[in-house]
Design a protein around this ligand. Structure first.
Ligand code: NAD
Length: 389
């Protein structure tokens, strides 16, 4: 089977979809892997490293895309490239299908079998393929390192002949994969850490990392079968903000990571809450790419709000691009290997597989994912779509 890996072209994207070790794995499976020349340069992996594991270096992106039976990349494909794909190609990447309706429509009409990395089900067997987790983990780490760099205080307690310096206080809001790693990283640096999440199961995890769980009685909250948070009512959100305002005011660093799958991120910190923090404090909004948790956070910018720095850095995992690429690449390699038929030496679209049912968005000229199909149909008809399961 002919695989092509194009270079990432998105502005500011320095991660690489496949590192040489994964390419080597695919070659050993019997795949003919072509990579666009310069694929790994942003993480200092020259073409010769890919060649040494059996890849063919293709200088022509168009020719590579046109001949491939399987395309592997990180970011969603530009609309302009779809017409140049071979009929029936399998395409694996992030797709953002809840928002990218035109793209999904074009992939369907172009006969592409498009697999969305963010839709891979959160089940144990698919954990090793889960790029949302691997990248969120690094985002949580990077957020703390960036905050530590911007803060004019030190994280650990320090007792010296010149006196004792108190540890900084970090408040983490939203304790999924990114939040847990943010807590662990801040603790390692010596901070005092508090955290909050609407999912009650999180309390034990927060405590096991040595942090304090902030209790807010919001009534019924809970989580979906996949472990995602349910959306709060406006009344619940207001109550949450009231308690959180005090915790934010006491913190030197606030890191927000709250997301509701398939929806805009909840607005958790108002401008008044940011202004209620001590000047010199730092807020990192890790949800800024899906709408933002913090009022005033701007995508790709660091904004000064009355002396409080609100950081809305895009692509936080890209700050540690070599590690992020290793992990994403491994997720892709594990996914391809799972569906690889060793005898036929090809990726097989096993439509009976629950993993594939969860993440195959378009196939055979149609949108085959039921939730995305309903969402797009409803939006097209001007009807409000049902929430994702
Ligand atoms: P996410 O990125 O969707 O959301 C981040 C966090 O924000 C979540 O913990 C969510 O509960 C929280 N949140 C939502 N609204 C909030 C609010 N109003 N206030 C505070 N917090 C709010 O979540 P994620 O990191 O992708 O993880 C979701 C779950 O999936 C976690 O339980 C995780 O452990 C689980 N998971 C399971 C697997 C698996 O294979 N079994 C793999 C990855 C993740």
């Amino acid at each position: 089977m002919r695989i092509f890996v194009p270079k990432e072209t998105g502005a500011g994207e320095n991660r690489v979809p496949l590192v040489p070790s994964t390419v080597g794995r695919l070659v050993k499976l019997g795949a003919a892997v072509e990579v666009e020349s310069g694929l790994g340069l942003s993480i200092h992996r020259p073409d010769r490293e890919y060649e040494s594991v059996g890849a063919i270096i293709n200088p022509s992106r168009e020719a590579g895309l046109a001949a491939a039976e399987l395309i592997l990349r990180l970011r969603k494909p530009p609309l302009s490239e779809i017409a140049g794909f071979r009929q029936g190609v399998i395409h694996i990447s992030y797709l953002d299908p809840f928002n990218e309706h035109e793209l999904v429509g074009r992939l369907a009409s172009g006969g592409v079998s498009a697999i969305s990395k963010e839709m891979i089900p959160r089940v144990t067997v698919a954990q090793k393929m889960d790029a949302l987790s691997s990248q969120a983990n690094l985002a949580g780490y990077s957020a703390v390192i960036l905050a530590a760099e911007r803060l004019n205080k030190i994280f650990p307690m320090m007792t010296t002949p010149a006196g004792t310096i108190r540890p900084v206080k970090v408040f983490v809001i939203g304790v999924g994969v990114a939040g847990l790693q943010a807590i662990a990283t801040a603790k390692r640096l010596g901070a005092e850490v508090e955290a909050f999440d609407t999912r009650p199961v999180v309390e034990e995890q927060v405590k096991s990392l040595g942090a304090k769980f902030v209790k807010i009685d919001l009534g019924e909250t809970g989580q979906t079968a996949q472990g995602y948070a349910k959306e709060l009512t406006p009344e619940q959100l207001e109550k949450q903000r009231q308690v959180m305002a005090q915790r934010c005011a006491a913190a030197d660093v606030v890191i927000t990571t709250a997301q509701v799958f398939g929806k805009r991120a909840p607005r958790l910190m108002t401008r008044a809450m940011v202004e209620g923090m001590r000047p010199g404090s730092v807020v990192v909004d890790l949800a800024v790419e899906s709408g933002g948790n913090v009022e005033g956070a701007r995508l790709g910018e660091e904004v000064d709000v009355n002396g409080v720095l609100v950081i809305g850095v895009a692509n936080m995992p890209g700050r540690v691009a070599a590690a992020a690429s290793e992990m994403y690449s491994s997720n892709i390699g594990n996914f391809v290997e799972h569906f690889w038929n060793k005898d036929e030496k090809r990726f097989v679209l096993d439509r009976e597989s629950d993993i594939l049912k969860g993440c195959l968005i378009t196939h055979g000229g149609e949108i085959v994912h039921p939730t995305i199909r309903e969402l797009i149909q409803a939006t097209t008809n001007g009807v409000t779509a049902p929430p994702p399961a």
